[in-house]
Ligand binder design. Structure first.
Ligand code: SF4
Ligand code: NI
Ligand code: NI
Length: 707
């Protein structure tokens, strides 16, 4: 058909452009000039994943172009030929775009983001694997008008889809005032060839999470087809290169929906739909994306895309808590007779009885009855309040318990949002997310000062009791640890072993969470592992844990130790919040976090380190962790504990400070220990930090050698 012909012509043109830009670049910079994207450990990911070459310099690209030209570019007017030509176009676009980054330059103009760094990939990792983000849409071209563009994008947003934008639609959305940016899951990449950044983003999923070796093309394609739920919406005229790129997407398993009236499409791969209302449902259906259906009776949109939105003071209609007024939130388990399912009561003024800019006290009391509900789950469910409320467009929530702080925007108020709608939102969310645990939900909202002050007493009493119960929760005091294999959808050999004193490396799954999730879905990703057959109590090795891990890692892992970094440490998928790396020079370890972009004393930045430890493998001396694990009494217990920490970025120190100091006193390291730990202001190499550690008398210097 014509499309197949266009795929060939487009590929031929694209590779021609790549070739001539390359020779021009070689002429200007010399063939030994380095070519790379910023912020990735995977070089040019399209070539790394699908090709066999390791590209470092401009000269390295010459044989790549020759290879794809002779092996893949085919005047073969079949689907097979078109897919092969599509692959050529992916290579061409990757090369053209990477050339733009030569000499540290950036080819993007704001708001275009261009190449998406590895840190973003990892940050989105957890949400992609746990299906909070059900899919990724690449929307390119120009919609018939800007109103339709905004409508289409909002429809995708409300479904929680991550959206990558290319071409004129970006301007159309800006015109309509649509929120763009990573926080709203709507990322403008840039002009046409920048669409490749969606592809190299997807391919890095296989490299980073899938543990698939570079160059194993068949495995990478299979990973994309099975695990990366992406699709393309191509709007407006399609030239040959765009058509060819659509076949490149199809090669990865991503269908393209176009609003052009095509005479004949390619079933499953290039489909025409001129009715904008039908584009999104058709795309989801074609890619096989299933959404959890929740109909929430509130006048605003609800979805994870709105989670990151901030509401500034000037945009706020009313705020609650945050130290300005008294506020609390409480999930309380009740008996079947103490609750009326679905009931919402507002005790005190509603939003239309107060003035713009008011501050009100607030009490959110959520009563839950469920046959499988357990008191230990109260805090797990209460933590969800933060996420659920933030999912609301125009709602903002930070912190928890009696420290919570909330805002309702003027926009949300104008759309008709009332305080009682907090109840609607919470009831709908609790019921849809925890159907096995939650049978009845009732929400009482207090905005009357006297009542809030009364109610908060009960809440505080419950918080204290809970904390006491949690303190007693140690690895020794329980009979079962829990597995988490949620990340196997991306890292097939990865198993997290979650213990009371060790949160999962993503920081999002605690032992209680895992236990709750097991009771909710016994066949789900969290299963109990009885602690049996202690092999080494100091290093934290149990036979039962080894057996579990062996049987659930495709037989890739034989032994895991919980309390040491040096021998069979836990595997790392890709969603770790922080990474520990040994530093033999100083007899200690350093830790860097995802928030810290800079180089570290082990010679690598977070993203480069992440490239070495990720993918579900064990790398003694290196390990991904959840940040709060640093505060655990079991932190590297067999290796000497927190006394080994010689370097952490400032950001991490600040994040942990208060509790870290408490813990270091407890460990006998003194209140001042945190100040003996170097950070980026002291140095970013072993040589730079040694004098500091010596001067401060850092305990690691006198400890037994790490290995
Ligand atoms: Fe992934 Fe481990 Fe977190 Fe589970 S606990 S979601 S496997 S990182
Ligand atoms: Ni993971
Ligand atoms: Ni993870």
């Amino acid at each position: 058909t014509q499309l197949f012909k266009a795929a060939y012509d487009g590929a031929a043109a694209a590779i021609g452009v790549a070739e001539s830009l390359l020779s021009k670049a070689i002429e200007e910079n010399g063939g030994n000039a380095t070519i790379e994207y910023p912020g990735t450990a995977y070089k040019l990911p399209v070539i790394t994943a699908l090709g066999s070459e390791s590209v470092k310099t401009l000269n390295d690209i010459v044989p790549v172009i020759n290879r794809v030209r002779s092996e893949n570019l085919k005047e073969d007017l079949t689907l097979k030929g078109a897919l092969s030509n599509g692959e050529v176009t992916l290579y061409a676009a990757e090369i053209i775009e990477a050339l733009g980054y030569l000499n540290g330059k950036s080819p993007v103009t704001p708001p275009g983001a261009g190449f998406i760094p590895d840190t973003v990939l990892r940050a989105l990792g957890v949400q992609l694997v746990d299906n909070t983000i059900p899919g990724v849409a690449v929307v390119l071209g120009k919609a018939k008008d800007s109103k339709s563009a905004a409508k289409l994008i909002n429809e995708l947003k409300s479904k929680g889809i991550v959206i990558l934008l290319v071409d004129d639609i970006i301007d159309q959305l800006i015109e309509e005032g649509v929120n763009l940016g990573l926080e709203s899951f709507t990322v403008p990449l840039g002009k046409f060839t920048q669409v490749i950044h969606a592809v190299n983003f997807a391919l890095r999923g296989g490299l980073a999470f899938g543990g698939i070796a570079p160059g194993n093309k068949a495995a990478h394609l299979e990973y994309q087809q099975k695990r990366v739920m992406a699709f393309v919406i191509a709007l407006g005229p399609l030239d040959e290169i765009r058509i060819s790129a659509a076949f490149g997407a199809a090669l990865l398993g991503f269908p393209t929906i176009t609003d052009l009236p095509l005479e004949e499409g390619i079933p499953d791969w290039v489909i025409s739909e001129t009715d904008y209302e039908k584009i999104v449902p058709l795309a989801l259906e074609t890619r096989g994306i299933k959404l959890r259906i929740t109909n929430i009776d509130v006048p605003i949109m609800v979805g994870p895309a709105f989670e990151g939105e901030t509401i500034r003071k000037g945009d706020t209609y009313v705020e609650f808590g945050g130290g300005r007024t008294t506020a609390f939130e409480l999930v309380k388990m009740v008996g079947p007779d103490e609750i009326e399912d679905g009931k919402i009561t507002v005790h005190g003024p509603e939003i239309d009885e107060i003035e713009e800019g008011s501050k009100l006290p607030l009490g959110i009391k959520i009563k839950i009855y469920g046959r499988k509900m357990h008191q230990d789950f109260e805090s797990v469910l209460e933590r969800r309040v933060h996420y659920f409320i933030n999912y609301g467009e125009g709602l903002w929530h930070v912190a928890q318990r009696d420290l919570c702080w909330l805002r309702i925007s003027k926009d949300a108020k104008a759309k008709g949002f009332k305080i009682r709608h907090f109840g609607e939102l919470l009831i709908a969310k609790f019921k849809s997310e925890y159907p096995a645990l939650v049978d009845r939900v009732e929400v009482e909202l207090y905005t009357d000062e006297k009542l809030v002050n009364e109610q908060i007493k009960e809440a505080r009493g419950i918080y204290v009791k809970r904390d006491e119960r949690l303190k007693g929760l140690t690895d020794e005091s329980v009979e079962e640890l829990y597995s988490c294999t949620l990340c196997q959808s991306f890292a097939p050999n990865h198993v997290c072993v979650v213990a009371p004193e060790r949160v999962g490396l993503c920081g999002a799954v605690s032992w209680l969470d895992a236990k709750a999730s097991y009771e909710i879905t016994p066949t789900g990703p969290n299963r109990p592992i009885k602690k049996e057959g202690a092999i080494d109590e100091v290093k934290g090795i149990w036979k039962s844990v080894n057996d579990f891990v062996y049987n659930n890692s495709n037989h890739m892992l034989e032994e895991v130790s919980l309390y040491t970094l040096m021998e069979n440490p836990m595997t790392s998928c890709g969603c770790f919040e922080a990474i520990i790396a040994m530093m033999p020079e100083v007899n200690g370890v350093m830790i860097t976090s995802r928030e810290h972009g800079g180089i570290t004393p082990c010679g690598m930045s977070f993203s480069t380190l992440a490239g070495t430890v990720g993918g579900g493998t064990q790398s003694p001396g290196f390990m991904g962790i959840g940040r709060r694990y640093i505060l655990s009494r079991k932190f590297l217990k067999a290796d000497g504990g927190m006394a080994r920490i010689v370097w952490m970025p400032k950001e991490l120190k600040d994040y942990l400070r208060e509790e870290f100091i408490k813990r270091s006193i407890e460990e006998g390291l003194g209140e001042d220990f945190i100040n003996k730990i170097a950070d980026e202001s002291i140095g970013t190499s072993a040589e730079e930090i040694v004098p500091f550690l010596e001067e401060k008398g850092h305990p690691a210097m006198k400890m037994t050698p790490l290995f």
